[in-house]
Design a protein around this ligand. Sequence first.
Ligand code: SF4
Ligand code: SF4
Length: 227
Amino acid sequence: MAGTAGAVRLVVEQDEIELAGYAGRASVGDLIAALARMRLRPGLATVGCAGCGLCCRDRVPVLGADLPRLERALGLSRERLLSDHLELPERPDPDERAARIADLARQLRASPAEATLLYEWNTGEPLVPRQADDGFCHWLRDRRCSVYPGRPLICSFYLCNFGDRLSALFDAIVRQGVWHSYVALGWIDRDMVAHNPFVSAGDPTQAPLRAFDVDVAPLLQRLADTW
Ligand code: SF4
Ligand code: SF4
């Protein structure tokens, strides 16, 4: 996934990698490419990835975009991928979702878009790879990823020392990617999440970065104020 050089600017601040800015046309693929370049910067072991492998112990979210990639890498049908390799979350109930969003809009005097954003931020468990007995992802073999070419996007994206702005962007990408996975599984209708940048992008890595760059903090505060 070739990124446009310079479309995303990252900086190192106090041993953290932070987002300095991005071009209006920048995509998720550009961010992944910028992070990949950051990993390769010489002499930056403390701000890049030390390769300890510990993040393969986290429950990596498998996003909608990952399903066909994993099917190709493993040579498996969707059915076999789901049954033999992934742990599935509880299936969302579209009626309950619609009712809860309507409740939030009423309760917070929020627009439908704001209520939807808040609902999606707080709900939706991801699909995750099965865990081996040692607690690591079951695709980790001899300290190497056995599905490397088709590994989940988050595995090529995540570094454990993101700054606040990069973390917030990462969280938004994961959140929308989880809801995209429900569409990919046929669990919810794509019209219900037509606003989702992954749903509208033909190639998920081309989803525009700016579509994920939303500040949910004021909405979360309004929700907290009602408790
Ligand atoms: S991102 Fe962090 S936890 Fe993951 S392998 Fe690199 S140094 Fe280890
Ligand atoms: S898919 Fe590969 S890189 Fe990702 S958590 Fe599993 S072993 Fe690690």
